[in-house]
Design a protein around this ligand. Structure first.
Ligand code: PEP
Ligand code: MG
Length: 554
């Protein structure tokens, strides 16, 4: 292979030798005969013993680690002793006579599949569960645990996918770039790379064929990995490495452009822990509170009192600041057992988000009652938005239900091309809207956001997506309704200025992106961003739109 391509997720060039992440253990055979009865109890006991060893190793590494690595390793250690994972594996040994290694492999695969079916940030946790299983299997076999390579010179880290435990101790002065065969723009690799400002490319299947030690040029801006390296590329990579600044932080209070105007930067959160993380990262408020965390793994929706208590805890962290609460977005990539109707041939085009309220109106009304109760007891500025709104009539129905409960600021997620193209009509009854670029991209390009094979299409730089963002912002300007952007697009420091140039009023992102995005925006004026947006819009495709922005940014 002299050249292969993937999806660029963190910009910048790098040149260096390939080091492969220690390969995970090979899959334990599924075809060995069942263990004899007397041996099963003993084999089942080996699983928690091996898991305890893995947890202890992770805890020890956590105590030596600095910064956020400690928390990541501790979370992995806790996952290693997860009773659901271990209990399921032991049950497979006792009931079916499956060998211990195979049993933990199958139990982890089942949990990983369930997480993938939930989609969004939950799907990205699948790699973490598999990683824990690989470590337990390595202990069961007496093999070294998988992990980062030891190398005497800086290297390009190549892996099938990266779990947090792989990367928690990653030394950014030793790693030149990250390249994975799998993963997507929402993967842990992408988030980590942006945080550390390492060039990164994901969904590049060919990279696993590269022999260890091969020198490669990685372009995190175009997604190219090449073994033919020019002198100019060597020079640019060396310069970028010298100048790689430490990740900028965000002090909060809005980012000021060079013309003196400002925008607020908000955080996307999906739990109380993430709310605390957002505060610590300087977020000016919450641009998207995903409420699914309250409903997962339930047979019934939580009652109003339980929901109210959870919302209150989060709202109390943001006195006087905006918190945009999104009502339950069930279905498709976030299935919930108690809301699922009969299996649908195309779940992403089916009964999801707002559409589930026709059959289960009480789930929405209870949730709105709980949000209203929490809002009235808090001094946060509470806004409520509904997911997957497609028509003006749906927007009006939602608004009416919110207003009936005294919720004064209501709006919609713009996630379908229909909503974007009709924004002015849909916004007529709203107080705000937020563009969900993850779904908007999926529906614009007709490419399932969960499929790594289509990652190149699930790219918000697709100019058709940029046009729909522009149309939504035009609808916002005509109705004087503020338009935010949430979804991963807002976390891309190169795309964020384009979004402001297209007319977005605020951006909301994963907390770790606040610093890099603020840094990128603070170097430009609105006029420059508008000019950049115009040039990106007229690019023929996503790669060239990105290239235009890269050339134009100082
Ligand atoms: C989106 O679709 O962009 C979004 C923010 O919502 P989610 O990722 O939760 O579907
Ligand atoms: Mg969405």
């Amino acid at each position: 292979m002299s050249r292969c391509h993937g999806v660029p997720v963190s910009p910048g060039p790098a040149v260096g030798p390939v080091r492969l992440l220690s390969a995970p253990p090979r899959e334990p055979s599924a075809s060995i005969p069942p263990l004899p009865e007397p041996q099963r109890a003993r084999d089942a006991q080996r699983i928690p013993a091996a898991a305890a060893e893995v947890a202890q190793d992770l805890h020890e590494r956590a105590s030596r680690a600095e910064g956020p690595a400690g928390g990541i390793l501790t979370a992995s250690a806790v996952m290693a002793t997860d009773p659901v994972l271990l209990g399921d594996a032991q049950e497979r040994v006792r009931r079916c006579g499956t060998a211990a290694e195979r049993a933990i492999w199958e139990a982890a695969a089942q949990i990983a599949d369930e997480l993938i079916a939930l989609g969004g940030p939950m799907a990205e946790r699948a790699a973490d569960v598999r990683d824990i299983a690989h470590r337990i299997i390595a202990v069961l076999r007496g093999e070294p645990m998988p992990g980062l390579p030891t190398a005497d010179e800086p290297y390009v880290l190549v892996a099938r996918d990266l779990a947090p435990a792989d990367t928690a101790e990653l030394d950014p002065t030793q790693v030149l770039a990250l390249v994975t065969a799998e993963g997507g723009p929402l993967s842990h690799t992408a988030i980590l790379a942006r945080r550390l400002r390492l060039p990164a490319v994901v969904a590049a299947p060919g990279v696993l064929d590269l022999p260890e030690g091969t020198r490669v040029h990685v372009d995190g801006s175009t997604g190219t990995i090449s073994t033919e390296i020019t002198a100019a590329q060597e020079q640019r990579a060396a310069l970028a490495l010298r100048e790689r600044p430490s990740a900028p932080s965000y002090p909060g209070g809005g980012v000021q452009f060079v013309d003196g105007t400002r925008v607020l930067l908000h955080a996307n959160i999906g739990s109380l822990a993430e709310a605390r993380e957002a505060l610590a990262a300087g977020a000016d408020g919450v641009g998207l509170l995903r409420t699914e965390f309250l409903f997962l793994d339930r047979e019934h929706a939580p009652d109003i009192a339980e929901q109210t208590a959870c919302y209150r805890e989060i709202l109390e962290l943001f006195p006087g600041r905006p918190v945009v609460v999104r009502t339950l977005d069930a279905g498709a990539d976030k299935p919930l057992p108690f809301l699922s109707g009969p299996a649908e041939p195309n779940p992403a085009l089916g009964v999801r988000g707002w559409r589930t309220t026709a059959a289960h109106p009480e789930v929405l009304t209870d949730q709105l009652d709980a949000i209203a109760a929490a809002a009235s007891a808090s001094s946060a500025q509470v806004h409520v938005i509904a997911p997957m709104i497609t028509t003006a009539d749906e927007a009006a129905q939602f608004t009416a239900q919110c207003r009936a409960r005294g919720l004064v600021s209501t709006g919609i997620m713009v996630e379908t091309p229909a909503a974007a193209l009709q924004a002015e009509q849909l916004l007529a009854c709203c107080d705000l809207a937020s563009i969900g670029t993850n779904d908007l991209t999926q529906y614009t390009t007709a490419a399932d956001r969960q499929l790594g094979a289509l990652a190149a299409l699930v790219d918000p730089w697709q100019t058709a997506v940029l046009r729909l963002i522009q149309a939504t912002c035009a609808g916002g300007a005509a109705t004087r309704i503020p338009i935010g952007v949430c979804g991963e697009a807002a976390a891309d420091p190169l795309l964020a200025p384009v979004l402001i140039g297209l007319g977005a009023d605020s951006l909301s992102m994963t907390p770790s992106a606040l610093g890099p995005v603020a840094h990128a925006l603070g170097r430009l004026s609105r006029a420059q961003m508008r000019d950049l947006a115009a040039r990106a819009l007229s690019a023929p495709d996503a790669a060239q739109a990105r290239a235009v922005a890269r050339q134009a940014l100082p």
